[in-house]
Design a protein. Structure first.
Length: 54
C-alpha cells in the first residue's frame, strides 16, 4: 500500500478542523452553510456532529 505524503495528511487534518469550526459557528449563530447534496448545492444549518474519531 502506498504511503501518503505527510504534508498531505497534515493538510487534510487542518481542513477537517476548519470545517468543524465553521459548522460549530454556523450552528451557534443559526447561519446556513452551503452543503453539496444529491448533485446540487443546498443551504442548511448543520446538525450536531456526534461521531467520535478513533
Amino acid at each position: 500500500m502506498k504511503k501518503h505524503n505527510k504534508y498531505a495528511v497534515l493538510g487534510l487534518q487542518a481542513l477537517e478542523r476548519a470545517a468543524k469550526k465553521v459548522a460549530e459557528n454556523a450552528r451557534k449563530n443559526k447561519n446556513k452553510i452551503p452543503i453539496w447534496e444529491n448533485g446540487s448545492i443546498k443551504f442548511k444549518i448543520p446538525d450536531i456532529i456526534t461521531e467520535q474519531k478513533d
